[in-house]
Design a protein around this ligand. Structure first.
Ligand SMILES: NC(=O)c1ccc[n+]([C@@H]2O[C@H](COP(=O)([O-])OP(=O)(O)OC[C@H]3O[C@@H](n4cnc5c(N)ncnc54)[C@H](OP(=O)(O)O)[C@@H]3O)[C@@H](O)[C@H]2O)c1
Length: 289
């Protein structure tokens, strides 16, 4: 028998893969604009929660475009980033409390400022972008409610080519194919995460109530330029990689945290395995061909 799950964001980059990989065990009920549920509207959220037998909510929906979120900062609480990421999450929290459901909230490495060598779940968030700030306030809205909350932070998700939207790996591949050259940031450290690992490992959190914060991230952190080289080599592309520093590359764009080596020791202690970037890349290349 499949377990019912109320889920938001199933049409997104991560959500579509979660549904593809886990539908054999979980019966996902899609709360989305396509099913007439706008999470910024509390009445719509409450109606869906009231009608559902699910005991668990997987909350993926967010406004995720970092630069567009930064533009919303001028509009503050009237902006879409605040409305979806904060009000939407507050509504999920309130409805979960009212109807006795627990929540798994997908959050981001962008809650950190990127000044430390590495980040564990114990580290204090200090977001420097509006996107990161709204996602962090979302975390707080949930933890200040009387509900069991699991905060699952992911970072730089990638997957096989898909019709939803391009991940950073396929953006790089297309740039290398079209331009024969690509920039590689030398002073930006990140932790790429294979979406299939996120999806498969979420099944533990969906099945078992494990409140707290977890970093469900890949097993390797590296400067972006190293990741660009790996993509080029694994996909056998011939492209020139031009080193560039972050100040130049991100001029006139949203501030980003630049040292995001997230640690996944806590989930490893639960027995969960996350691929290193090279292994995830080899797998998506297989899936792409
Ligand atoms: N992508 C990343 O680089 C990244 C990195 C770290 C963490 N995350 C987190 O991972 C989660 C999933 O990200 P993603 O990249 O898969 O997202 P995505 O592709 O941008 O998709 C966003 C999802 O949110 C839904 N949504 C937006 N506004 C909504 C509203 N008012 N009511 C109901 N649904 C709404 C969208 O539905 P429609 O299709 O109907 O618009 C879509 O399903 C997010 O919480 C994000 O913060 C993402």
């Amino acid at each position: 028998m499949t377990t019912p799950v109320l889920a938001t964001g199933l049409s997104g980059l991560v959500g579509t893969r979660v549904r593809d990989l886990l539908s054999h065990s979980f019966d996902f009920e899609d709360l989305s604009l396509a099913t007439d549920i706008d999470i910024t509207q509390i009445q719509q959220v409450e109606k869906a929660f009231d009608a559902s037998p699910a005991r668990v909510v997987l909350h993926l929906a967010a406004k995720t475009d970092v630069d567009s979120c930064e533009d919303d900062k001028l509009l503050a609480e009237e902006g879409q980033a605040w409305r979806v990421n904060v009000i939407g999450t507050e509504n999920i929290a309130a409805a979960a409390q009212k109807f006795g459901k627990r929540v798994i909230y997908i959050s981001t490495d962008f809650v950190f400022d990127g000044t430390k060598e590495s980040y564990s779940e114990e580290d204090k968030p200090n977001p420097i972008s509006w996107y990161g700030y709204t996602k962090f306030i979302g975390e707080e809205k949930l933890t200040s409610c009387d509900v069991d909350v699991t905060i699952v932070r992911i970072s730089y998700p990638y997957r096989s080519r898909n019709n939803v939207r391009e991940d950073f790996v396929h953006r790089l591949i297309d740039t290398m194919k079209n331009n024969k050259k690509v920039y590689g940031l030398t002073d930006h450290i990140f932790t790429p995460t294979f979406i299939d690992d996120i999806a498969n490992n979420l099944s533990l959190f969906l099945s078992k109530n494990l409140p707290g914060i977890y970093h469900l991230v890949g097993s390797s952190s590296m400067p972006t330029i190293e990741a660009v080289k790996l993509v080029r080599d694994v996909y056998h592309l011939q492209a020139e990689i031009i080193p560039i520093d972050r100040q130049t590359y991100f001029r006139n764009r949203a501030f980003r945290p630049f040292k995001l080596a997230l640690k996944n020791d806590k989930i490893r202690k639960l027995g969960l395995k996350m691929s290193a970037f090279i292994d995830g890349l080899k797998e998506i290349r297989k899936q792409d061909s």
